[in-house]
Design a protein around this ligand. Structure first.
Ligand code: GDP
Ligand code: MG
Length: 202
C-alpha cells in the first residue's frame, strides 16, 4: 500500500516560513511558472515536476478557509510511519502577518530563502526571531531546517552554499539546497526534517 495511505504512528506539523517569492508553495504543490524572464522550463524538468505529484509523494491537501494550506508527506523510520503535515502560508507572509495560530503546535519549521536573493537570506534571522516570538523554540523540541531553494538558477546565485551552511550551523539547524523546479533536494529536505523531529519524539 502507498505509504501516504497507511495508518500513521506520529502526525507532526511542520510550518514553511520565509520571504514571499522564495518558492515555499512550489516545494509542496505543482508549480510550473518560473521567476526569471530569461529562464525557461525544459520539457524534461516539467515532466519531473509533474511526475513527483503523480507518483503521490506529496498529497496536496485541503485549501482551508482559515488562509492556511497544507500538504502531507509520510516517511517510514524504524518501522514507524511519521506523517508530516506541511503548512503553507497562503501568501500571508507578504504582510508579515502570520498569526500565532499558524505556528501553534508545530514540531518543525522549514525556513526557506532563495539562493538568488540576498535579501531573502538576510531575512532568515528575522524569521527565526518571529518563530521564537510565537513558539518556544529554545526548549529544544522544535526542529529547524534551513532551505536554500532555486538551486537550478546557478547563474543568478547570490548566496553561496558555504554561507548557507554557516548560518545553519550558527542556529543549529539542518541545511539543504533544493530546487522545486527540477525537484532536487526536495524529498531529502522533508525526509531530514521528519527524521530530526522523529529523533526528539522517540
Ligand atoms: P512563495 O511566495 O514562497 O510561496 O513562492 P512561490 O512558491 O509562489 O514561488 C515564487 C516564484 O518562484 C514562482 O514564480 C515559482 O515558479 C518560482 N520558483 C519556486 N521555486 C523555484 C525553483 O526551485 N526554481 C525556480 N527557477 N523557480 C522557482
Ligand atoms: Mg506561497
Amino acid at each position: 500500500m502507498a505509504i501516504e495511505n497507511r495508518a500513521y504512528d506520529f502526525l507532526v506539523k511542520v510550518v514553511l516560513i520565509g520571504d514571499s517569492g522564495v518558492g515555499k508553495s512550489c516545494v509542496i504543490s505543482p508549480c510550473l511558472a518560473v521567476t526569471f524572464p530569461n529562464s525557461y522550463l525544459s520539457l524534461p524538468s516539467a515532466l519531473a515536476v509533474l511526475s513527483r505529484f503523480t507518483r503521490g509523494e506529496f498529497n496536496p491537501d485541503s485549501k482551508s478557509t482559515i488562509g492556511v494550506e497544507f500538504a502531507t508527506k509520510s516517511l517510514e523510520i524504524d518501522g514507524k510511519i511519521v506523517k508530516g503535515q506541511i503548512w503553507d502560508t497562503a501568501g500571508q507572509e507578504r504582510f508579515r502577518a502570520l498569526t500565532a495560530a499558524y505556528y501553534r503546535g508545530s514540531a518543525g519549521a522549514l525556513i526557506v530563502y532563495d539562493i538568488t536573493s540576498r535579501p531573502s537570506f538576510e531575512a532568515v534571522p528575522q524569521w527565526i526571531q518571529e518563530l521564537k516570538n510565537n513558539i518556544k523554540v529554545d526548549d529544544g523540541n522544535m526542529q529547524l531546517m534551513l532551505v536554500g531553494n532555486k538551486s537550478d538558477l546557478a547563474h543568478w546565485r547570490a548566496v553561496s552554499t558555504d554561507e548557507g551552511t554557516a548560518l545553519a550551523e550558527e542556529y543549529k539547524m539542518s541545511f539543504m539546497e533544493t530546487s522545486a523546479l527540477d525537484a532536487s533536494g526536495v524529498e531529502e529536505a522533508f525526509g531530514t526534517i521528519l527524521k530530526d523531529i522523529y529523533g526528539v519524539l522517540s
